[in-house]
Design a protein around this ligand. Structure first.
Ligand code: IMP
Ligand code: MG
Length: 183
């Protein structure tokens, strides 16, 4: 794997974004909602860095690839979400790629009557956006490569890596062999 961002660089970028968020919401209460599962590591850091009174919640977005749904069909599950009505919501996700996930989640959240919804992402991939929206806060812009670590996965693995790495063809082969041998 090729390391794109070391642990220290990640921390610096996330701290900077946390400061920008603090300034943007100064004097207000914040409701931070993390998109499961990719945002868990970023959420854990952000909620401890942002010095504002806050509520913390989650919403789940997953792309099912079962027999009955089209590949990449997005399922949004808001059953776990806390009350956001009348609140200033900051939605947190790992990566803004085409933008379809985040815009669909925002659409869903509007059903619950928040006062405002803004978004913060760890990463934005260059040249991929397919929607008319950009996140309000972005820690890093990265080239169009498939990345893992710091919450981001490949087939549900590698989320625990403390750094961000790009998966190369040799890594995919290794991953396939390991998955077949050990499940
Ligand atoms: P979008 O809907 O195209 O913006 O994709 C967003 C979702 O796709 C993210 O929340 C991730 O779960 C996943 N994703 C996109 N690019 C990557 C990547 O490079 N590594 C891991 N997951 C990714
Ligand atoms: Mg994901």
């Amino acid at each position: 794997m090729k390391t794109l961002l070391e642990k220290e660089a990640l921390h610096a970028g996330v701290s900077k974004m946390a400061k920008q968020i603090e300034q943007a919401y100064e004097g207000r209460q914040l409701t931070i909602v993390g998109v499961l599962t990719g945002s868990v590591v970023l959420m854990a850091d952000m909620i401890r860095l942002i010095q504002l009174p806050m509520r913390v919640g989650v919403i789940q977005a997953s792309s099912y690839r079962g027999a009955t749904t089209e590949r990449g069909d997005l399922i949004i599950n808001s059953e776990l979400m806390i009350d956001i009505s009348g609140r200033d919501v900051l939605l947190v996700d790992d990566i803004f790629d085409t933008g379809r996930t985040l815009t669909r989640v925002i659409e869903k959240m509007h059903e619950f009557g928040p006062n405002s919804i803004r978004s913060a992402v760890l990463l934005q991939k260059e040249g991929r956006v397919e929607v008319d929206y950009i996140p309000d806060f972005t820690a890093f812009n990265i080239p169009d490569e498939f990345v893992v670590g710091y919450g981001l996965d490949y087939e549900d693995m590698y989320r625990n890596l403390p750094y961000l790495a790009a998966l190369e063809p040799a890594d995919l082969e290794k991953h396939a062999v390991l998955s077949n041998n050990q499940n």
